[in-house]
Design a protein around this ligand. Sequence first.
Ligand SMILES: [Mg+2]
Length: 175
Amino acid sequence: MKRRCVFFDRDGVVNQSPGSGYVLRPEDFHLNEGIVDAICWLKKRDWLVILVTSQKGVGKGLMTSEDLAAIHRKMQDELAETGVELDAIYAHTGEPGCLHQPKPDPEMILAAVERFGIDRHYSWLIGDSDRDIEMGRAAGLAGTIRIVSDKAVRTPADYTLESISSLIPLFEKVL
Ligand SMILES: [Mg+2]
């Protein structure tokens, strides 16, 4: 049977937004309040939870791919302390030879769909920028959720939330 998945953007959704720059060091990575509860809610109900992130700071030479791996290890370790983990991490780094395409190309989602046997038509995306929402649409997902940020909105999502803590009530309604 095909699985259902919620795809999460990273900066501004899973962790506190670094603003216009990048999270370059593990010590600057801070999980958003409420995100652990939202991920736990999904995992308890057998949803896959997969990260799709743009980390072009690697391609720009601001950090190495080892730095990025260390940041993601910290993220998974902090989640593991609460008994959950992300099922996979897909990152577009902008390096020559990067396997993944930049958002809003849906390639990262489609690669996960193929690898995990995900049913796109019952899967969702949560992001905080137009490119996230556009990627979810382009992948043919069931729906998109935007967490409000200071970014301008050109592509409205199916649902817009003021905060991460509103995710679980929305999950209970729409998933
Ligand atoms: Mg973001």
